[in-house]
Write a protein that binds this ligand. Sequence first.
Ligand code: AMP
Ligand code: GLY
Length: 416
Amino acid sequence: MKVLVIGGGAREHALCRSLSQDPAVTELHCAPGNAGIARLATVHPVDQLDGTAVTALAERLAADLVVVGPEAPLVAGVADPLRAAGIPVFGPSSEAAQLEGSKAFAKDVMAGAGVPTARSYVCTTPEEAAEALDAFGAPYVVKDDGLAAGKGVVVTADRTAALAHAAACDRVVIEEYLDGPEVSLFAITDGTTVLPLQPAQDFKRALDGDAGPNTGGMGAYSPLPWAPAGLVQEVLDTVLQPTVDELRRRGTPFSGLLYAGLALTSRGTRVIEFNARFGDPETQVVLARLRTPLAGVLLAAANATLADLEPLRWSEEAAVTVVVASEGYPAAPRTGDVIEGLAEAEAADGTAWVLHAGTKADEQGRVVSAGGRVLSVTAIGKDLAQARERAYQGVAEIRLAGSQHRTDIALKAAAQ
Ligand code: AMP
Ligand code: GLY
């Protein structure tokens, strides 16, 4: 099977790593990729937002499957011309990707499907925003309606800051604050059948102790030893299957990866957000534990044959990933710095590896930083404590001027 992956972050590196280990995959391509992906796949300098160019590349390569990683190409509709050309594609149509592209659309689908989520108002004027903020009280939650790479959400006790964020966006969703731990649960779906993966937890804030601004995610781990037994089945029954059914009923079937960001509140499980693609960095730990070869699963979703698939097989091992970000991330990431220690950061026995996010090779062939999140150092172990230790051993080997990482990824969970 010839597979083309679209995207160039650590999520796509993780996807490429798993696909490269699948014996069914005979050729692996990625566009645009990054310096790490280039070691596993043939990379192509194609604009990932250009559906015509991506389709032309897939046709030229005679790809049997195209996997679209990030939200931007999905929302831009890159999956649509691929499907129209008869190429199996993993990733939803632009219409179905609105589940991530518009928070207001997601709220409407959830209301139609009876999915539990925070009560909310959609506001377009400062007066409406002020009224909504006062209806819920502090802490305030203000979300930019459009795509913002995890950085469009402000959660604050400061009413002035909440109003300022609302004023800076065209359209915002203001909603009630959800307390309780967060869980990311992914499901692979062909629009009818829904196959949940293993839950993971992400660390959204930039600094230790969940301080600092929201980011795309600073680390993740799986499994969640503290999660209630039966969580996956509950979320499948109350969130994932009803949402997939509702989208099909509306004539916008969702095929690809449905990501439910959940809060386990004192009043029950609530959806914080949906995404229309694999989470980053959660994918790094979820795929580290998946034993079933990946390509066949993604192809079954693309071909609407998921119902025929054997149950997924999972490793009992734990996985932890720690994101190394550049100086100034998330506000103003600095790029262009040489990264050293990449080989030393990987364990000889294969229990720790480095996934590249924002990296590229410079003219001298050196790997340099090229984005906010630069690397995702990932490790497995017999438990979270061992996986953590290995991941942080790897992080300690990385030399990148001004880089930052959290030191408390999976710390609390490992102590349980
Ligand atoms: P989102 O982009 O909707 O996932 O929001 C980013 C992050 O903001 C989430 O992972 C939460 O940590 C936080 N957040 C979003 N919505 C809420 C909410 N209603 N209550 C509390 N925290 C929230
Ligand atoms: N880790 C959060 C996200 O992928 O949206």
